[in-house]
Each structure stands twice: as C-alpha cells, then as structure tokens.
Design a protein around this ligand. Structure first.
Ligand SMILES: Nc1ncnc2c1ncn2[C@@H]1O[C@H](COP(=O)(O)OP(=O)(O)OP(=O)(O)O)[C@@H](O)[C@H]1O
Length: 377
C-alpha cells in the first residue's frame, strides 16, 4: 500500500501545489487522481517516485518511508507512463521497451523476448518491433510507453495523463487495454487525469482534488456519483451524473417480455398471437433469432406491406448496465429496448417505464454496486 500522509508541496516561488494531502492507495487496484488543471495531480504523482520532494508530510510504501530507499531502486519498482509516451526517439520500439531490463543487466536476447511478450500484452503487433517512435501512431506510442513501464514487472505503475493526447476512439481502446492488463497483472496503479469520465471508468478509487492541492473527496466511483461530498465535486461530475450512475447497476433482474418478438417468416396468425396491448409494434428477428427491426403488428397481421424500423442498439442482458438498457430504449423508435444474449439473439424487450421502475428499485433497495465497474456505453 502507498500512504500519502499529510503531504504538502510548496514550490520555491511560493505556489502551494499540494496542501496536507492524505490518501491511502490500496494495492493491486487503480487509484485515479482527478481534478481541474493546476490542482496538484502531477506534483502528487511525482512525489511518489521522488521526482519532486515534499515540503512536508511523508509517503510510505509498504510501511516504509520512501526516502529510506535508494532513489534508483525506488523508481525501478515504479513504472512511469506520461502523456505523449516520452519514448527515446533514436531507439526502436523493442529497445525502448527493453530499457529497464537492460539497465538491470538482462542479456540482449532475454530483454528482447520480454519486449516481444509485452508488445503482445499491450496489443501491439510484434512486426512493429524494429520501428522508431516517429513511425508509430500516437496510440501505438502510448502502448509502447505502457509496455516500457511494465518491462521489469514493477509492482507500482504511475500514469500521468497517459491517454490525453489521442483521439476518443483510440483513447477508449487504450483504456480497455489497461483494464484488461490490470485484470491480469494486478498492479498498484496511480493514474492522473483531468477527465472525470476516464476516472470513473478506470478507477477502483477516485481522489478528486481541488485547486491548491486539497482533497475534495476520495471514494469509489459509484459513491462519488451517488453522494458527491460538496458542490465542487458535484459540478466537477457534471450535470448527467444521475445517468452515469446507472452504469453501476446491472440488468440482471430487469423484467423482459418475449411476447412481441416474431421471426421474419412468421405467419399472420403468429404475428397476431404475439401482439400485445402495450405496443403497436412487434420485433422481427432473423432465422438465427437476431433482431432485425420493429414493424407495425396490425399491418403485418393483416398481410399489408410493412417496413422495418431500426431498433437502435440492443443491450446484452445481465452483462450491460441499466444505463445501456435505458439508452437502448431512448434510442428506439418504439420506446422499447431490445435485450440480447451473449450470442446476440433477442431474448426479450423492455419498455422505458419498465426500465424506469428497475432504476427506482435499484436505488431504493440494493444501492450502488461498487464491485461493478462502469460499463460506459
Ligand atoms: N516547478 C514548479 N515551480 C513552481 N510552480 C509549479 C511547478 N510545478 C508545478 N507548479 C504549480 O503547482 C500547481 C500544481 O501543478 P501540477 O502540475 O501538479 O498540477 P496538475 O493538476 O497536474 O495540472 P494539469 O492538469 O494542468 O497538468 C500549479 O499551480 C503549477 O503552476
């Protein structure tokens, strides 16, 4: 565990970057430091690997003051990833990744094998091993940065806005990759971002800092969304905090009806039998049971020509969150969400009112499930 104990950082010009910050950063989980520009996130991170010395307080790693350890040994136990990756421009991808193993005295072939293994782990084609950083996209460079930080298998990973300089789609890919890697490796990750959505998606714990380097709230993301400590945190979370909170409620238990679902080759009698009073539409599926679209039930039952209305997007029952289900209903031309199983087969539909009732029930009974990571659709 990393303990930040009443740490203050005052720069020589008098700026108080961090003010009596106390945080317990649990092992094998992702702790995110988030807050507006200049609130002391980077300074805090750099105090953990001693790139910046605190003016007051102390930082403990596994119970020992980090000042007791030789700084080089400390830094090698902490992978460090920064914005724009900070790769060595005159070294190839594989040489960049192998930097720390080589410093640790590994021979060339062992360091190279480790480098190739890490390229695969971070989702990089090993054919890129001999390229130079300028021959890579921004997202690929960040992956190399993550691989390099992991090369000597450090227990701690410090990440300073690592995904901020790439476009939203690449960024989502990098975030998903980090979660996958973390599920495998279980590092103690301290992650800095100014993006609250990124914090909520990645963090097991989220520390919201306010200007002057003071802690506004330290909580799991679901708790942050359900109970912001004050107006500053509430503003920082944004106006759609209620909707985002739904990411933490699962869809298992959501009441579905399979009645208004018919196969595309259904007879008029079958369509009539599957028509329900709550909606004038039935959902048409292909021969495999995958949704194709909504159609007007009475017209279809009367044998009239009908068109298929797009169903928007389906949600995977039991896997996606209530947020995804609500989104599916809101985007559906009929106001009904389509639930599919893991194979993409339609298993039922749910009206907006049913989903709203499930949301009320979830808030009233179980409360936010901290163990469920946000499924930010
Ligand atoms: N070397 C320095 N000398 C003086 N002031 C500094 C120094 N480094 C940072 N600061 C100041 O300390 C405060 C915190 O900076 P820091 O970089 O830690 O914030 P941050 O939250 O990471 O910001 P950003 O999101 O913009 O990167 C800011 O007011 C900054 O101007």
């Amino acid at each position: 565990m990393i303990v930040i104990d009443a740490v203050t950082k005052r720069y020589p010009d008098g700026t108080t970057a961090v003010d009596r910050l106390t945080l317990e950063i649990p092992d094998r989980s992702i702790t995110v430091l988030v807050g507006p520009s200049g609130c002391g996130k980077t300074t805090t991170l750099r105090m953990i690997n001693r790139m910046v010395d605190p003016s007051g307080g102390r930082i403990l790693l596994d119970g020992h003051d980090i000042r007791e350890r030789p700084v080089n040994a400390l830094r090698r136990s902490m992978g460090y990833v920064i914005q724009h990756a900070g790769l060595f421009p005159h070294r190839t991808v594989i040489e960049n990744i192998a930097t720390v193993p080589r410093l640790l005295g590994w021979d060339r072939s062992r360091a190279r094998a480790r480098g190739l293994e890490l390229m695969e782990r971070v989702g990089l084609d090993t054919a890129l091993a001999k390229r130079y950083p300028y021959q890579l996209s921004g997202g690929q460079q960040q992956r190399v940065g993550v691989a390099r930080a992991l090369a000597a298998d450090p227990p701690v990973l410090l990440m300073d806005e690592p995904f901020s300089a790439v476009d939203p789609i690449v960024r989502k890919g990098l975030q998903d990759e980090l979660l996958r890697i973390q599920a495998d490796l279980g590092k103690t990750v301290v992650f800095v971002t100014h993006d609250i959505d990124e914090a909520i998606k990645l963090g097991d714990m989220v520390a919201v800092l306010r200007e002057g380097g003071r802690l506004a709230q330290y909580a799991p993301p679901a708790e942050l969304l359900s109970a912001p400590a004050d107006e500053f945190v509430e503003d920082f979370l944004g106006a759609d905090r209620g909707i985002r909170h739904l990411s933490f409620f699962g869809t298992e238990g959501l009441e579905l009806t399979a009645e208004p679902i018919v196969a595309e080759d259904a007879t008029t009698e079958q369509v009539r039998a599957h028509t329900i009073p709550q909606t004038p539409y039935v959902l048409v599926t292909d021969t495999e049971g995958r949704p194709r679209g909504w159609t007007h039930a009475a017209d279809r039952a009367a044998g009239l020509p009908t068109e298929l209305l797009p169903y928007g997007h389906a949600f995977t029952y039991g896997q996606d969150s209530l947020r995804a289900a609500l989104d599916s209903a809101v985007l559906s031309p009929t106001g009904w969400a389509v639930a599919v199983d893991a194979e993409g087969r339609a298993i039922g539909v749910a009206a907006q009112e049913t989903i709203a009732a499930a949301i009320r029930g979830a808030h009233a009974t179980v409360g936010p499930r901290d163990s469920v990571r946000g499924v930010l659709a």
